[in-house]
Every structure is written in C-alpha cells, then in structure tokens.
Ligand binder design. Sequence first.
Ligand code: SF4
Length: 437
Amino acid sequence: MISSLVADGWRESPSDEADVIIVNSCGFIAPAKKESIDTAFGFRTAYPGRTIVMAGCLSQRYADDLAQQMPELDGVFGNRDLGGIGAFLDLIAANQRNPVSVAPPVAGVEASEQAVTSEVVGDRRRLLSPAGSVYIKVADGCDNSCAFCAIPLIRGRLRSRDPDVIVAEARLFVSRGIKEINLIAQDLGSYGRDKRDGREIVSLIRRLLEIPGEFWIRPLYVYPERFPKELIRVMHDDDRVVPYFDIPIQHASTRVLRSMGRPGDRKSHTELIRWIRGELPDAVVRTSLIVGFPGEDDEAFAELREFVAEARVEWLGVFEYSSEEGTPAYRASRGRSRVAKRVAKQRRIELENLQTEIVGERLGRFVGREIDVLVEEPVIGESIVLGRGFMHAPEVDGAVVLRYAGECPRPGSVVRARIIRRTGVDFEAALLTREAS
Ligand code: SF4
C-alpha cells in the first residue's frame, strides 16, 4: 500500500502531521480484532480532524459492519486490491462519506481468480520489517479448512505467485543489501498446488539460491502433514537456508485434531521433529498450539502437555481458542463440548510455564558458540545493539543483545559474535567482527 500510494504522489509522514491515517487491521482472532479497533479509536481520539481508514483483514471480513457501526472511520478498505488504495482515498477526498472497498465483497471462490495482491503493487522500496530483513509472500489464501480458522474466509483460496516474479523481487532486495528473506504463505508447503505447472516450494528456494550474495532464506509456516522433506537436503547443500522450522501443530490429541479438521497425531508430529533434528542437529523448531478447543477434555489436554514435554521445541506460541463466526467449529463452540474461558486460560499458562523450563535447556546449547547476527536496533544511551541469529525469526522469538566498543554496528548489517550467556529467551553476546558478510 505504501509503494502504491507513493507512486500515486502521496508522502509518508508521522501520524501527527498526516492527512490520512491507515490502520492495517487483523481479523483472525478476537484479541487481534480488538487491537485493530482500539487502534482506530485511539487515532480518532488523538486526531479528531483526520481521515482514518481501516484497511486489511478485519475490513475484508466485516466491511459492512464497520462502515455502519464505526462512524469514527472515514473508509473501509479490504485486502484484495492494495494497488487501488490511492483511488480509494480520492473517493474520500471527493466527500464520499465512509466508502467501502472490499473486492470481492467477501472471500469466496471468485477470490481465487484474482491476482495475488502483491503481484500488482510493484516495487516495495519502503519496508516495515526489521532492518536488513524482508518478508516475501509466495502465496496467499488457503485450501485447508481447519475448523477453527477464519483465514480461508478472509484471504480466500490458495493463489500461488509466479516464481519468476518472486525471484526477481528477491534479487532486487539482495541488490539493495537485504540480508534476510522470510518466505511466507498461509502454508508454504502448499505453494504451487493450485497451478499444476510444477511449481513447488523447494524448487523455488533452489532458484532463490542462484542469486549470488550472502543472505539468509527463512522458510516460515509449513503445515506438518505436507512437510517438504527435500527442504532438509537444500539446507545441507547451502547454509544460506537457515535451519529454522516453523511448523504449526495446533494439538497433539488425535480426537481434538480430527475435530479441528487436521490430519496427523502426536506420534507423527513427534517423529517429524525428531527426524528434522536427526538430519540437522542445529535445527530450531517453532510451533503453535491452541488450548480450549471444543471437546478438549482433561485427557486431551494431558496428552498435549505430554507432547510439549516430549517434543521440547525451542519456540512455542500457545493460544486460547477463539470462536470465530463462519468457521466450522463456531457452532460446536457454543454447545456442550465448549471449554470454559477460565479453563483455557489456565491451560495456556500451564503450557507457557512448562515451556519456560524447556526453552532454557534448548537455548543453552548455543552458549559459547560463534554465530552471525543480523543487527536490528541500537539501545539508546548504551553500547548495546539488538539483533537476531538464525535461531530467531523476526518479531516473534528472542533476541541477541550485543555489546560493542566504539562505533555501533550498522542496523541491517551482519556481524560475527560470540554468545556469552542466555538470559530468559535472549542471548547476550560479544561482538567479534563487524560486517561478517
Ligand atoms: S492451514 Fe493454517 S491458514 Fe489454512 S485453514 Fe488451517 S490454520 Fe487456517
């Protein structure tokens, strides 16, 4: 949206100077929806006279409700036609009160016919990702139908991007000094399944590795049942693909997984993680789990807890089930199999406490090691800069707290450092060499 607006003659400015404030919303689960709405309210209170537009997934999902029930907004803009944002703002400027633009109106079959939004937006010069890092979306939408999940409603069916365009985009970013390419999709392993022309994720990564230069490729979000095992071979062949595995498992009880509409079981999940670690001893695994899904009784939760204790992943996100209208699980979540919010919260805290013990043990193995660190952000007033190693995905995992003498290493550069100790989920490290690559 930023690139498209700049191409249309707009200029980015701080909120207190802006004519228009665009809140890019999330509509996935209740806390995200609340955060989006609170943010828009906050801007309206702080800047009564400005134009405020709610864009993104919440707008896509609840366009009419927002337009009718939130007079604080001047416009509601969905997630399918990002390049149309400039024309949309022109509509508001022409005094069309509270217009709505969601194309198509609600995610449906027609959505699959649409171009993937980023294909039509063009050159992304201004990035919102951390220094030196970029997210490249390789596909949008999802053809899985997990019973709890609103994403297929919001994002539509799977649409894989053209590999030539993705490679060209990555090449441009590397030529501009980007050091980390995070490949994202709702499920990376599904890339190409909608096209039947042979495109798939491992060949795409091999093509990206033809780009000369030192950079990391971090493949995020792989659905466990379609894990592309060739990925391990690629990581063996070229260490620019970091051994980081983000595999959302959601649950370990077979009964709960089936009612979630997901295949696999505790045994298959554990074996996959064990196999990855056997192939790549440095492998770091992140997963996410849902507690409080309808039908999760004490026995099912005990199985989940045992799985967490056994799998010992490095990074774990635990979410309380959020009942989302329009999803297959919505009705069940109102019936007898419903799990009380209080119980879901207790279960989340219990797993988080267990994970706190596990994380110490799993991260301890890196202490004393020399690693490359992607420098992100100086700490003002101290000779400390924050960064990340291969074991940290941007924004969700821990950090490397790097001490230096003299000049601060440049954000966006990669330096060499030795990990001295672990503090909680972070590492403290000493700078060895600047601009390692
Ligand atoms: S695979 Fe992920 S995005 Fe797709 S329906 Fe399941 S949880 Fe949602």
